[in-house]
Design a protein around this ligand. Structure first.
Ligand SMILES: [Zn+2]
Length: 269
C-alpha cells in the first residue's frame, strides 16, 4: 500500500506564525504527524517573515509532545553559491549551507546547531539539509557530532541505508497519487498561499488515511542497502524533474512573449 509522510520546512524564530498555526490546525484535524525541519539560528533574510519569536522552543516542545518529529535543518540556513565541480548528493539547487566546505568547518556548524537544540532540551534524530544540498563530508561531520540516524532526502520509491544512515526519500512538493512506495511531501508553511492550504485540506479529506506517522517508518521499516533500483529510480526522477522545470520555464517565457507581441499589435492598431 502506498504511504505518505508530510515534511514541514523552515521552522525558525522568524517564521510566519499565522500560517504555521493554520497548518497545525489542518494536520491536527486529520491526526497527521509531520517531520519538522528546525533552523536553530536563522540568518536567511528570505525566511524573516516576522520579528523574532522568543518562545520558539516552547512551540517545538509542544509539537514534540504531539509526536511531531523534529529534524535538524542546518545551523543558520545562510546558503552560498556552490563552486563548480563540488559534488553533492542531490543537485537540485546550486546553493548550500554545507557543500564544498571542509570537514572541520561543517563539523563546527553542525556542532553549534546541535548545541542550541540540546540547550533547549530537544534531541533530533533526523537531518534535512537546507536547499537539499549536502555532501559526503556533511554526513561524516554529522556522525562525529551527533547521534542522528535518519536523513530526510533522496529520490527512491522506498527508504534505504546509505553511508551508515537510514534515508527516508523526499520526492514530492505537493500531493500526487502514486501506485506504491513511501513518499514524502515537502511543504514550506511560511510561503504557502490560501489556495495551497485549501488544496491541502481537500487532499487530506480524501487521502488522510494514506499518511503515516514517520515514527512508524523509523521503527518498523526493514531498511536495506541502496541498490541499483534506487539508483535507476533516482536518475530517472531527476531527469523528469529537470524536464518538467524546463517545460514550465519555457512555457512561461512563451506566454510572456505572446503578451508582449499582443501589446505591440494593440499599439500598432
Ligand atoms: Zn529550508
Amino acid at each position: 500500500m502506498v504511504k505518505y509522510i508530510i515534511r514541514l520546512d523552515d521552522a525558525c524564530d522568524t517564521q510566519d506564525m499565522q500560517k504555521w498555526n493554520e497548518i497545525e490546525k489542518i494536520l491536527d484535524e486529520f491526526s497527521i504527524k509531520p517531520i519538522v525541519g528546525v533552523i536553530p539560528k536563522n540568518q536567511d533574510e528570505q525566511l524573516k517573515y516576522s520579528k523574532k519569536n522568543e518562545n520558539l522552543w516552547d512551540l517545538i516542545k509542544k509539537w514534540q509532545s504531539k509526536e511531531w518529529v523534529i529534524a535538524l535543518h542546518g545551523y543558520n540556513h545562510k546558503c552560498f553559491k556552490i563552486k563548480r565541480g563540488n559534488r553533492q548528493f542531490l543537485p537540485l539547487n546550486d546553493v548550500s549551507e554545507f557543500v564544498g566546505l571542509k570537514n572541520k568547518e561543517q563539523k563546527k556548524k553542525l556542532q553549534k546547531s546541535i548545541d542550541i537544540f540540546r540547550k533547549n532540551g530537544v534531541y533530533p534524530n533526523v537531518f534535512m539539509a537546507p536547499c537539499h544540498s549536502f555532501d559526503v563530508e556533511t554526513l561524516n561531520s554529522l556522525r562525529s557530532v551527533s547521534n542522528i540516524n535518519f536523513i530526510s532526502d533522496g529520490f527512491s520509491f522506498r527508504p534505504y541505508l546509505r553511508y551508515g544512515y537510514k534515508w527516508i526519500p523526499q520526492q514530492l512538493w505537493k500531493f500526487k497519487l502514486m501506485p506504491f512506495g513511501i513518499w514524502t511531501v515537502c511543504l514550506h508553511p511560511s510561503s504557502m498561499s490560501n489556495d495551497n492550504f485549501k488544496s491541502l485540506y481537500k487532499t487530506l479529506k480524501v487521502h488522510s488515511k494514506k499518511f503515516v506517522n514517520p515514527n512508524q517508518i523509523f521503527n518498523n521499516y526493514k531498511f536495506s542497502k541502496y541498490n541499483l533500483f534506487d539508483f535507476i529510480f533516482s536518475c530517472t526522477y531527476r531527469v523528469l524533474l529537470f524536464f518538467k522545470k524546463s517545460v514550465k520555464n519555457n512555457l512561461l517565457l512563451l506566454i510572456k512573449n505572446i503578451i508582449v507581441q499582443c501589446k505591440k499589435i494593440k499599439i500598432l492598431n
